[in-house]
Structures are given as C-alpha cells and as structure tokens.
Design a protein around this ligand. Sequence first.
Ligand code: ZN
Length: 262
Amino acid sequence: MNAKKKIKSLMGRAADACGLLSRDLSAKMVIVTFHRVNDRMDPDGITCNSTTFEAFCRYFRDHFTVLPLSEQIAGVRSGRKMGGTLSITFDDGYRDNAEVAAPILNRLGLPATFFVVTGFIGTEYTPPWDAHLAHQPGWMNWEQVRALRAQGFEIGVHTDQHIDLGTADPDSIRTDLARCRAKVQQELGAPPRWFAYPFGRRNNIRPASLELVREAGFECCLSSCGGVNAPLADPFQLNRINVGGWFTTPHQLAFEILLRRA
Ligand SMILES: [Zn+2]
C-alpha cells in the first residue's frame, strides 16, 4: 500500500473510532460499484480479489443500512431521507459476479444490483479495455443472470453494446436501449427497471441522452462519477463510487466518503 492510501486508511479508522463517520454517513446515500471479483487476476481499477471484496462487504454491513437499490429509489421518490443507506452494484456482467461475488453476498445476507451489458451476456466478446489480458474473465450467460434474480438480486442494464451516451447519436441510443430492454424482457420475463450508463463520467452522458433513458421507461440513471448522494437525491442523477484496486481497505473508502459532499 502506498503512503497516501495508508494515511487515508488511518484517517478513516480514526474518524470511525471517534463517531465522526457515523454522524457523517447519516447525511449521505451511498452507492458503490464493483466490476470483477476475481482471484485469478491481479487487482486493477475494476478488479478486486474475493478476500478484499468480503472485507468491504462486512464493513458495509457493519457501518451502513445496506439496501437493494430499488429501496433507495422508492425511498427518495416518496420523500423519505435515505441517509446512512448503501447499495451495492456491479457493472458489465462478468462471470465472476455469479461465481464468486454472489456466494459471498448470499453468505453475508447482502442485496445487490447487477447492471449487465445485454449484448455481452453469453458471448466470448473481448471489450477494448480487456484486450491486453492474456485470459479473458468471461461474461455470465442468461442462465446465470436468471439464477442471480432467483436468489433475490436485482438485474439492471448497462446498455446493449456499452455505447457512450455522451457521443452516440439519438437514433443509435434509442435503438440500443430498445434492444437491451427487449432482451431482458425475453430472457427474464419482465423489462428492466434500473439503468447505469457506460463509462460513467459526466461527459459520458448528455441531458438529451438522459431524456432518452427516461423515455425508454427506466426508473433511474446511475453514473460512476465517484460521488455520494444527498439523502433525497434525484433518481436520474445518482452518483456511485467505484471500488476497484484504488481502495485497498474499507477505512480508506470510508475516509473518501467523508471527504465527498452530498
Ligand atoms: Zn461498464
């Protein structure tokens, strides 16, 4: 661990010990994002190993009210303040989500939402960001996605082709959103309700694209801008914190949450 991470981790531990953290959390609604939980890969920006993942999950369980994303959304929609709550999400639909992450979540009794790229599910597709890997981690198949839902997890979508809603033209966006909704309808028997946009930074979506997400029939739109949310946040402007290789300890993450303004 480098010095900066170590210091943040120590500060987080101190804030926790003196009660500062729990006071601060009561004013924030937190959504965290994972991508891969994989022991055969080195940790990177979107990969952590199962031991680290479990340590984060235990920390969430002990320091937050962990809720399904749908309950956070139902809460803010009905005007209920959702400070102190946290939901766990996964992007893209990697196979280890079903094989490694879900069993840990089940063992700890924690809910989660999986945002799948419908066009990747059940394929051997190699996305550009994984082109350098010697062994591809692989995607879930629809049977695994159905099994996750049967275990009580929520299934959202992350487009059909991982398109950039900041640059794609309106027709391509409409077509992609319609396609991912149709696939989920066909494979799971109901249309998807939750949407997280690919790449997740502010410039990866435009106001006009956000309108298309709303028009398509989704109940929310999530970014990965790294922020936390106000207790009464707009469901179409939800920030998430990506927990990849950068956060090596839960206390480091806690300190980061403390620094962010809702
Ligand atoms: Zn993604």
